[in-house]
Write a new protein. Structure first.
Length: 124
């Protein structure tokens, strides 16, 4: 059995916030579970080419935008799943951070971070 508390887990500055990583590849569960903060007012251009990701919003408001511009509002109680290695923008409203519980498959190693550039989607 694995028991972890927020104050004990690895915290990684992922690019536009903090990712507190509860489960990693080394834990042998087959997926990663994170508690992720997206900083207020940020817009993250992301594509996961190696992972599928599902995110459940528990605090804050924002949006996830598909590469074609289709916007999907995010608020507490909203889940979005990137089931096709989707290119997307993760947007936090200017007045609040967004807090997400995220699952990655296959699992993260633990130190992955995004590098944001204007001309491409960040990936890991």
């Amino acid at each position: 059995m694995i028991i972890r508390r927020l104050k004990e887990v690895k915290s990684v500055e992922w690019g536009n916030g903090q990712s507190r990583r509860f489960l990693l590849a080394a834990d042998g569960m087959g997926y990663t579970l994170t508690d992720t903060i997206v900083k207020a007012g940020t817009k993250s251009r992301i594509q996961y080419r190696q992972h599928l990701e599902a995110c459940y919003c528990i605090e804050g408001t924002g949006a996830v935008a598909e590469a074609d511009g289709t916007m999907h509002p995010i608020e507490p109680g909203t889940l979005y799943a990137l089931d096709r290695h989707d290119m997307h923008f993760l947007i936090a409203d200017p007045h609040n951070d967004v807090r997400l519980v995220c699952v990655f498959s296959p699992p993260l190693q633990g130190d992955e971070r995004h590098i944001f550039r204007a001309d491409e989607f960040s990936q890991y």
